[in-house]
Design a protein around this ligand. Sequence first.
Ligand code: DNO
Length: 402
Amino acid sequence: MEKTWRWFGYNDSVQLSDLRQMGIEGVVTALHHVPNGEVWPVSEILKVKTDIENHGMRWSVVESLPVSEGIKIHSSDYDRLIANYRQSLRNLGQCGIDTVCYNFMPVLDWARTDLQFKLPNGGESMYFDYPTFAAFDIFILKRPDAQKDYPDWMVQKAEAVFSKMSEAEAEKLAHNIIVVTQGFINGTVGDVADYKTVFLGLLQNYSEIDRDGLRKNLSAFLNDVVPVAEEAGINLCIHPDDPPYPVLGLPRIAGTIEDFKWITEQNKSLRNGITFCSGSLSARADNDLVEFVHQLGDRIHFIHLRNTQMLEDGSFYESGHLKGSVDMYELVKALLEEQHRRKAEGRSDYRMPMRPDHGIKILTDYQRQANPGYPLTGRLKGLAEITGLEMGIERALFHQPC
Ligand code: DNO
């Protein structure tokens, strides 16, 4: 696998020169300063690309070229937004960028209820506590009819959680979910005073859009962008929903093998591909990740590796890279088999870009500013673990590394 690293651009506390020392081959980044829905100019793309190359790496993946809400709800602004998206793809292709990740999650990208969850060893991780999330939805956000979306036992648990929360804690929870976790990935709600009201308004846009409706909109999006990706030589890859099930009454359509099969069937081109995120997909007991790779491996263009520990009520926490619900040995083995299969077929894209996703906050991470989930040392530990695992599997099973 190609060793890549998510770099948040020039505001990142990690420099491109640091990445070289860490053995990184490819950078995963985005033009974070371009507002959602606007065209990514060639000059801006080239500036970043050249800088990465001057540091001896390549710009392996764009994560993400954000899909605006207007495209997801197919609003009256759709034509302008999709024309801009297509133009950004052409511009990226013209600059020689070949992989673009995106997601189709309504309103909210990833969700966690605790960004500073203390592990027994003193490290800090992130937690999605379902009852706490329900408490946010029902009692803090007060989304109309939210209660109906949860079983009674969950509502009771949520009530108990909420009754113990101070006003400041409730505010922090809402701010984390709506603003802090979304801000650095071009989230739709800015850090405005009435962020909860703005957020409720965005949720309201989906009142008439159910699962089938959102699927229809994704299908329309794919019809409009996959042909451009083919011309531009770009592998598009959709990121799974995180968590991989509906939240806040919103439809979510990228959480299971069935979902991804459906997505790949909308356009048979290999350019219509997948970001395989083991952390997101693993937060669901009925997702067999190895089976996912067996069935859909040829569409995987980008890999995020991390682990989660699932808990009984649908809650989970991020448990590092090797430990947790995912059998990382079996998974990496399946991914390497896919690489060897591609190589034997003569495919030039056999070496899949992989980044260690998220990381536990440890050691020097407490002195260095980072976006939630992206501490340097914790992620580097993950990369080292995965690299070692990969080498062991390659040597033991394939003799000849890809
Ligand atoms: C958070 C991530 C997301 C994800 C993007 C992909 O750390 O899971 O930012 O990478 O949504 O489009």
